[in-house]
Design a protein around this ligand. Structure first.
Ligand code: PMT
Length: 225
């Protein structure tokens, strides 16, 4: 039996980018490395949780004792998250999910035709995974979103807290190269319904420990879920 403050809790964490196919050899994606989500998975397992990590395409080893589900696209991640909801106490959305996908994926590689116009890509919006989780009849007790911002972190995070109906939003400034996407470190602003706390810069493992402590505190302070 696991011991620790998260013993008996099943924690589901999404991590990494998603990849939206254009044709059999091309895609749209972003620079998420998965490091923040994998650090959370490692810390949650260390704190005694049963951890399920839904990982986009990243090249990181699976943390010890963690169950890993690999996905590619936002729709794949949405479906893995829906399935995980049947048994989930805490959901943390660290993944940088693509907001848009191609309205249709070309079956063959798109050919260059220098004499004609450049092809244009028609996009459709992807479903919002964290909002689906937070508003689902099987809603986990705690749902935590991230917010990748380039300015006005607190205001944008506060807006996401309300629209997505999550318990807290972890905002980070992705305009900087020393933290956020791909970096070893992060600096965050935890925006909950009742408190806003800054942490860092620190390595992602320390940031993960801090975020999990904030989640544990939600229950210690008897905040209604
Ligand atoms: O992976 P790393 O290199 O370590 O970098 C970490 C990180 C910068 C990716 C991470 O700290 C971070 O900020 N993750 C959120 C990235 C993001 O997509 O933020 P957003 O503000 O666009 O989305 C807000 C929230 O909605 C996020 O919890 C996101 O997972 C979720 N979302 C967004 C779109 C969508 N279709 N479905 C979602 O669930």
């Amino acid at each position: 039996f696991a011991e620790g403050p998260l013993a008996g809790q099943r924690v589901v964490i999404s991590a990494g980018p998603t990849r939206e196919a254009i044709d059999p050899v091309r895609y749209l994606s972003n620079n998420s490395s998965g490091k923040m989500g994998f650090a959370l998975a490692r810390s949650a397992a260390r704190l005694g949780a049963e951890v399920c990590l839904i990982a986009g395409p990243v090249s990181l080893p699976t943390p010890a004792g963690v169950e890993r589900i690999d996905v590619l696209s936002a729709l794949d991640m949405h479906s893995a998250a829906s399935t995980a909801l049947t048994r989930c106490d805490i959901f943390i959305g660290t993944a940088a999910v693509a907001d848009f996908r191609l309205s249709s994926v070309a079956e063959q590689k798109i050919k260059k035709d220098s004499s004609g116009p450049a092809p244009s890509l028609a996009l459709v919006e992807n479903p919002d995974i964290i909002a689906m989780v937070a508003q689902h009849p099987l809603r986990p007790r705690r749902v935590i979103a991230f917010a990748a911002e380039t300015e006005h972190l607190e205001q944008h995070a506060g807006k996401k807290l309300a629209t997505k109906q999550v318990d807290a939003v972890v905002a980070n400034d992705v305009s900087r190269t020393d933290i956020g996407f791909g970096a070893e470190h992060n600096e965050i602003l935890w925006v909950g319904a009742h408190n806003t706390v800054a942490f860092g810069p620190a390595n992602k493992s320390a940031v993960a420990d801090f975020i999990l402590q904030q989640i544990i505190n939600l229950d210690l302070h008897h905040e209604p879920s």
